[in-house]
Design a protein around this ligand. Structure first.
Ligand code: HSE
Length: 365
């Protein structure tokens, strides 16, 4: 059995990955070793074929005794340890959740439902570095898989509604802290008029005492239309990733433009996206729906009516689930080749942990 080392397995993405590996009995197919940056020598989590003690995530010798390393530790760790490992001569398979290596020529961005065949060819050719994609990109590609496979997409504009989890566990908790502050202030004035309450809440969220150490701004009762760093193009880095990563995953010969505004909203762990899709040629609504819904086992077409949409096409309905619903599919008044759609998915499952889990199983097979 292959020796697989896990780094950053305690964090949010790492924990979701551990849960999924257990649910799918994946630990049966490997010897598991757990690494820690701070608690080497203490007890490791108990899994089938797992080693009992934590190993040091900073020890190149211990790391390089693994056939496969899976890191959910974050970009700084990858930047520091990955080159050191490779320079030490380690030839194992590196599987990473962080974005650091995504666009390197010798790294494959993995998204099982979309590029499993290409991943297999890469494994067979001896590629050693595999990286999960940006969550928004991965979810978009699973939802529109059919249209891309049929080479129907001229361009996509994606307006995102991204959950707090994408910014990290601390931010997710901060959103709830902000909501608690709102709830406490509101409870003290239950009988006030709506406009008076609005004035109080706006003062509260803009006040010094509102908890915003991580976001820097209120997210509760608010939206934040800038995610990640600023780029000279005027895009945010999150917006820039959409086209670059999607085209790398799809291995397009001619770039398919994908652009839009990325917005943080007060959802917990589902990223949503409102899409405008320009098709290369006209296609009927029924054929577009059929192509979308038959593309892979995870995409789920939601009929474009109000009850189904509000029941199935919301973060409340999709949180913790593996399917990727897409709905509101209709021709737009902009022209016959323009389609509207709305899609969402769990940012920690297909958005982060699940592509890594599938890749690990594929490598082990
Ligand atoms: N960058 C994403 C976000 C999460 O901030 O929501 C990771 O892909």
């Amino acid at each position: 059995m292959k020796r697989v080392g896990f780094i950053g397995w305690r964090g949010m993405v790492g924990s979701v990955l551990m849960d999924r590996l257990s649910q799918e009995n994946d630990f049966n197919f490997m010897e598991s070793y757990f690494f820690s940056t701070s608690q080497a020598g203490t007890a490791a989590p108990k899994v089938k074929n797992g080693s009992p003690k934590l190993l040091s995530a900073m020890d190149i010798k211990e790391l390089s005794s693994m056939d496969i390393l899976v890191s959910c530790q974050g970009g700084e760790y990858t930047t520091e340890m990955f080159p050191a490992l490779r320079n030490s001569g380690w030839k194992g398979i590196w599987i990473d959740a962080a974005s650091t290596l995504r666009l390197k020529d010798d790294a494959i961005i993995v998204l099982d439902p979309v590029n499993r065949t290409f991943i297999q060819e890469s494994i067979d050719k001896g590629v050693k570095n595999f990286v999960g994609g940006n969550c928004t990109v991965s979810l978009l590609l699973i939802a529109l898989d059919g249209l891309f496979k049929e080479n129907l997409v001229e361009w996509v504009s994606s307006m995102t509604y991204q959950a707090a989890s994408g910014a990290g566990a601390k931010n997710m908790i901060e959103l709830l802290d902000q909501m608690r502050s709102v709830g406490q202030a509101f409870n003290s004035n239950p009988s006030s008029e709506a406009l008076e309450l609005e004035r109080q809440m706006t003062n509260l969220m803009n006040g010094e005492s509102f908890p915003k150490a991580n976001f820097g701004h209120p997210l509760a009762l608010n939206v934040l239309p800038y995610i990640d760093s600023e780029l000279p193009s005027g895009q945010s880095k999150e917006e820039w990733k959409a086209q670059v990563e999607a085209n790398k995953i799809l291995q397009t010969k001619t770039v398919i433009p994908i652009d839009g505004t990325c917005v943080r909203v007060g959802a917990l762990r589902c990223h949503s996206q409102g899409l405008t899709i320009k098709l290369k040629k006209s296609a009927s609504l029924s054929s577009v729906e059929e192509i979308i819904s038959n593309a892979n086992p995870w995409v789920k077409l939601v009929p474009n009516n109000k009850p189904d949409t509000l029941k199935e096409l919301t973060p409340a309905a999709v949180s913790g689930k593996l399917h990727v619903p897409i709905g509101r599919v209709r021709q737009m008044t902009l022209g016959e080749n323009f389609y509207n759609a709305f899609t969402l998915g769990d940012q920690l499952l297909w958005g982060a942990a699940e592509p890594l889990r599938c890749l690990l199983r594929q490598v082990l097979n």
